[in-house]
Write a protein that binds this ligand. Sequence first.
Ligand SMILES: [Zn+2]
Length: 149
Amino acid sequence: MDFEDENNQAIKKCKALLKKATLGSELVFIKSNYEFVSRIILNLEMQAMSLNKSVGLKEEFETGIKKVNGIEKLIVPMQENDSEVIFYVTQEDLFDVLYDIHLAIGHGGRDRMIKELNKKYKNITQKHIKSFLNICEGCQQTVNFTTFK
Ligand SMILES: [Zn+2]
């Protein structure tokens, strides 16, 4: 396999991962996959820049890179009027993200969580939120408290 083939293979894999990431009932973005996709996108962006042309990354991948505190993050490409950046989340960070938002809205339920999460993250689905809510001790206690009142 020459370099060109290898490159094409990598791009194909990258596309497949991104497609799966946004369809998902499961998170395909374990950290290594996420880093793989970031690397490919970054390479393509740099290639495009050095050739001084757009390779249609936005259209082709619907994904871009944004540096946050020196770390490259996968984002949804921004339109002119967008004010909020929408990120992809990794499996490793999912729990923290769900937990923080859930507490920030005072143990808010599924609908409020979806509303908040959609503003910031591309690849979190109702299923993730549902299974998270099933394990929140704070919520379980509230339910019990109300039940036995
Ligand atoms: Zn809760």
